[in-house]
Ligand binder design. Structure first.
Ligand code: FPP
Length: 225
């Protein structure tokens, strides 16, 4: 049986769900937040140590202002309402992505949330926000160049947002779309990928359990036979 340390998820399909059931993409994002919470607690039950959620990409800025505004309002409320509960449940929050361009209030809130929860051990939730894998890699390569360090896997990984985090064992993408969308391109080199037909708001604990079960009996070769 394969142990599962790290699950990464591309939470796709909120917009389509919202349009279909409520005639509003934003309603889909709101519904998607319930799934976020369910999957966090389900990860704890399954003794997973790291859960990485792709919440906002560097490309998502192309969306209409009203949707971007709504997503950040959701994020703000989510942190305000949940951080104490997460802390009590021994959950550590880490942000992956460049938060320097966020307004100062949100930036401070995110840094404070990381600070409050930094010693928690049960589950680490990595929230990818304004995250793009290509810019993460370019940043890391430039760091190596500036510091005149040789280009090795070990040196490069020191400058990725995921430094000290094991690579994902599992990547799940919901929403019936098969692409990586600039997510963890380096870190996914040997990850098992599961494409799920359901839209993110419909994805539930049973769907999650089924994937975890499948993974546990998958033979991982890492290039060997
Ligand atoms: C992709 O679905 C989803 C997003 C870009 C945002 C993900 C956000 C949430 C799950 C809610 C907010 C989360 C937090 C943690 C505050 P899409 O909008 O691309 O869906 P579509 O493919 O149907 O258009």
């Amino acid at each position: 049986m394969n142990p599962i340390q790290h699950v990464a998820i591309i939470m796709d399909g909120n917009g389509r769900w919202g349009k279909k059931y409520k005639n509003s993409r934003n309603a889909g994002h709101r519904a998607g937040l319930n799934t976020v919470e369910n999957i966090i607690y389900s990860s704890i039950k399954n003794k997973i140590k790291y859960l990485t959620l792709y919440a906002f990409s560097t490309e998502n800025w192309k969306r209409p202002q009203s949707e971007i505004k709504f997503l950040f309002k959701l994020l703000n409320n989510f942190i305000d309402q949940k951080i104490d509960e997460f802390n009590k449940n021994d959950i550590k929050l880490k942000i992956l992505g460049n938060i320097n361009i966020f307004n100062l209030k949100l930036k401070k809130k995110l840094i404070k949330s990381e600070e409050i929860t930094k010693n928690n051990m049960r589950l680490q939730v990595n929230l990818a926000l304004n995250y793009g894998s290509k810019s993460e890699l370019i940043y890391a390569f430039n760091k190596l160049k500036k510091q005149k360090l040789s280009i090795t896997e070990k040196n490069l990984e020191k400058y990725l947002y995921t430094n000290k985090i094991p690579d994902p064992d599992i990547l799940i993408r919901t929403g019936n779309t098969k692409r990586l969308s600039n997510f963890l391109l380096w870190q996914l080199a040997y990850t098992e990928i599961y494409f799920e037909k359901k839209l993110w708001p419909d994805f539930n604990k049973n769907d999650y359990s089924k994937i975890l079960k499948k993974f546990k009996v998958t033979k991982r070769n890492y290039g060997n036979i």
